[in-house]
Ligand binder design. Structure first.
Ligand code: TRP
Length: 382
């Protein structure tokens, strides 16, 4: 008998050392193959987003079918979201950065959901004022990755509820309590907000089809922990007359303290680079970050270090290596012992600081149009 799996991945809990190939098997998703990568590169005009090229986005559902339709002239839209429980960190931008790339390359619309309701229900310590405030703050950061204002709309749950609710009513009637209980594993003491909430996360998948009165397929780039929500969505889609959303899943980006997933609650604030961290704090966090280095310089020169478990290498891989060649060089020099952790951290900091500066400017510009991107009216009553 194979050993039991000693990790958990759900939208409300990620723990253990995740075996990603096994997780794909458990979830029953498809692999992002070289063939799919080649096809995406061609469709995008010759370049591939590093998060796909380097394997962070590694799993999907029905992406091939969505691209088949797209190539037959059938446009799709993008959808992703954020539960605003606090400030965003650098790695939270991954899904949005990928969406921005798809939007830029394929000129497709983007819908962003900000779930201030979900986080209020999921986190006992948060007030309504906080989730709304973080919702707006997070939205500025998300829009700052470079979305096209003409093609980008936001569902901010508590502000957009009038637009979402007519469809949420229909969606909720299709989801039995037994499904929610089985999929999310809620305890009997769970507040009923989250029991209903999955209906709201589904609505954006169908919203453009509903608004336009014709099938508009949906592609959701997201962390694989969000897949359970969309299994529910996919099960009910056809019964409501809408296409099943396609998904593109990423691995969870490891935290700076060497955890598997980037939990940042409580004392773990040092586990991530928050977008509102001042330069000194960024520097301290990077300098204290967990690496795959050896106990002494002598040992590291002799035996090399291990990038596979290193949180700094994960930063290079997911954002800061400007080319695949640069990433390969960091990896090679790390394994050989030519590159020491201190030097490596210094050189990534030289990229992180300018990224923060550019982001801060883009964020100010995003504030100018954030409010007007929020959808407040339903396309039609039902
Ligand atoms: N539930 C997500 C979170 O906790 C937020 C979210 C809403 C989302 N809609 C989404 C994430 C669509 C990915 C895709 O952060």
């Amino acid at each position: 008998m194979p050993p039991p799996d000693d990790f958990t991945v759900t939208p409300y809990e990620v723990k253990g050392r995740i075996d990603y190939a096994r997780l794909r098997e458990l979830f029953g998703t498809q692999e992002v193959t070289d063939e799919l990568r080649t096809r995406l590169r061609r469709l995008a005009g010759g370049e591939l987003h590093p998060l796909i090229a380097r394997g962070t986005y590694y799993s999907h559902r029905d992406l091939v079918a969505l691209l088949d339709r797209y190539e037959r002239g059938h446009p799709f839209f993008l959808y992703s979201g954020r539960g605003p429980s606090g400030p965003l960190h650098v790695s939270h931008l991954a899904a949005f950065d990928l969406c921005r790339w798809f939007q830029e390359r394929l000129h497709v619309p983007m819908y962003i959901q900000i779930t201030d309701d979900e986080k209020f229900w999921a986190r006992a310590g948060l007030t309504r004022e906080e989730t709304v405030r973080w919702g707006m703050e997070n939205l500025y950061d998300i829009l700052a990755v470079g979305f096209d204002p003409a093609r980008t709309r936001v569902f901010f749950d508590s502000k957009s509820i009038g637009a979402l609710y007519p469809l949420a009513i229909r969606v909720a009637r299709k989801i039995p309590y037994s499904t929610v209980k089985a999929v999310f594993g809620f305890e009997a003491s769970q507040n009923i907000g989250l029991v209903f909430y999955t209906a709201l996360q589904t609505v954006p998948c169908f919203w453009p089809s509903w608004a336009e009165g014709k099938e508009v397929p949906c592609l959701i780039p997201c962390g694989i922990d969000q897949d359970p929500h969309f299994r529910v969505t996919r099960d009910i889609a056809e019964g409501l007359g809408y296409p099943k959303p396609a998904l593109l899943h990423s691995q969870m980006i490891p935290g700076l303290l060497g955890d598997q997933a980037m939990s940042t609650t409580g004392a773990a604030a040092d586990n991530a680079l928050f977008l509102n961290d001042p330069p000194k704090v960024v520097e301290r966090k990077v300098k204290n970050a967990f690496t795959g280095g050896r106990a002494t310089v002598e040992e590291q020169r002799r035996l090399g270090a291990n990038p596979d478990i290193c949180s700094v290498f994960a930063l290079w891989k997911t954002r800061f290596a400007e080319s695949d060649a640069r990433l390969a060089e960091v990896e090679r020099d790390c394994r050989s012992g030519a590159l020491l952790c201190g030097e490596c951290k210094q050189s990534i900091l030289e990229r992180i600081h300018p990224f923060y500066d550019t982001h801060a400017v883009a964020r100010e510009k995003a504030k100018e149009w954030a409010e007007s991107a929020i959808v407040t009216a339903a396309p039609k009553p039902i």
